[in-house]
Design a protein around this ligand. Structure first.
Ligand code: SAH
Length: 363
């Protein structure tokens, strides 16, 4: 077998090192009769020094680097395109090994450097106002494809990442296994050390996933994309509501808060003439008050036609006031990155994968 074939086979079958937690790396070394601490060394090299090859890891003996190369893949994502917004946000189009593509956004703000990561190629949920999910579902992202979005965003911007939001393409709680493994890797003290409280997972309301997160030992934040306060409207805006209707969702969130001791944020995309009436605001205040949730208002971003537009500034203000008068903490999500289609619901997913040969070219 020629060396090239060997590499290709290994890449297809082998485990990718970016999908492994330190404990797994340690077990690998122990299984080779080598000291466990080598696992921690490799992990540090990957995330603290951002080494891109085993050979660069100067305190790992050459023989072990060779063995690692034979056993594990170390390839990251390929950046196919970079866009920079006038407001400082940056968007990266990344190519995956199978030629599929995903997008990741870097959002600099006073005191924080946030990466918004994708969790699936496409999405199954089908919210009619969301461009990111409009083409249907293709596949789950694996742990290493999630982890390396953050690593590459750090490399490409030269910044230290302080926060992560799972608010890119896809539904994180429909891919819980890989998302939570990625959270552990990104949070690990020997790696990027991103505090659990600085990691937010956003969901359209999948109750089994909310229960998994409730039982997960790290104190990550939970955001729920509510967008409607009545079942008939929510059935249309967030179709998964037909399976997990509002009353069940709110009960699951109450249980989450009670068990985990973590308050939830309710995301509410304000859509003109659809969910932005005073009555909607009052009902939202009632729901949020009941579970002591914060509310994050997102004026609807364009992309899915005239039916889905943001209300006027006055309407948005009145809506917000009704919540504030009821003592609900309300924030208004800024629309960073809108000019490069990097704001909420604007990430497009791969419709026509580029041929693998074009990977590697930076545009
Ligand atoms: N699937 C998860 C993660 C996506 S987060 C979830 O639903 O929470 C992206 C957020 O942007 C979600 O709250 C989504 O509902 C919202 N969103 C989608 N399209 C939007 C649009 N056009 N304007 C404003 N927010 C939008």
């Amino acid at each position: 077998m020629c060396p090239k074939e060997k590499t290709e086979n290994k890449r297809k079958g082998g485990k990718n090192v970016y999908g492994m937690e330190p404990a797994e790396l340690k077990s690998l070394f122990v299984s080779w009769g080598k000291p466990a601490y080598r696992g921690d060394q490799v992990f540090r090299w990957l995330y603290q020094k951002k080494a891109a090859s085993f050979e660069e890891m100067t305190d790992i003996p050459g023989e072990l680097a060779g063995k690692l190369n034979e056993t594990l893949g170390i390839q990251s994502l390929v950046c196919l395109k970079k866009l920079r917004s006038g407001d400082g946000a940056r968007k990266f189009l990344f190519g995956l090994e199978d030629g599929r593509r995903i997008e990741t956004v870097f959002i600099p703000e006073a005191g924080r450097r946030t990466v918004c990561v994708s969790t699936q190629v496409g999405c199954k949920i089908g919210c009619p106002f969301c461009v990111s999910g409009s083409g249907g579902f293709i596949r789950q992202l694996t742990t290493h494809e999630i982890v390396t979005q953050v690593l590459e965003a750090a490399r490409l911007t030269g910044e230290e990442i302080s926060n992560i939001v799972f608010m890119g393409i896809g539904e994180p709680l429909d891919n819980t296994v890989h998302v939570l493994r990625a959270v552990r890797i990104l949070n690990h003290p020997l790696g990027m050390k991103i505090g659990a409280r600085r990691i937010t997972i956003s969901t359209c309301g999948l109750i089994p996933g909310i229960e998994t997160l409730r039982d997960f030992d790290l104190q990550v934040k939970l955001s729920v994309s509510l967008h409607a306060v009545k079942n008939d409207l929510r059935d249309g805006l967030v179709p998964v509501n037909r399976t997990y209707p509002l009353e069940k969702l709110m009960a699951a969130l109450e249980d989450y808060d009670r068990t985990k001791g973590r308050l939830v944020t309710l995301e509410y995309a304000l859509i003109s003439g659809i969910n932005d009436s005073d009555a909607d605001a009052s009902r939202l205040a009632g729901l949020a008050g009941k579970i002591k949730a914060k509310v994050n208002l997102i004026p609807c971003n364009p992309g899915m036609g005239d039916a889905f537009r943001a209300p006027s500034g006055n309407r948005t203000y009145s809506f917000k006031r009704i919540l504030e008068d009821r003592k609900i903490t309300v924030t208004r999500r800024n629309t960073k990155g809108r000019d490069i289609l990097a704001a909420c619901g604007q990430l497009v997913f791969d419709r026509e994968p580029e041929a693998a040969e074009s990977n590697g070219k930076e545009k």
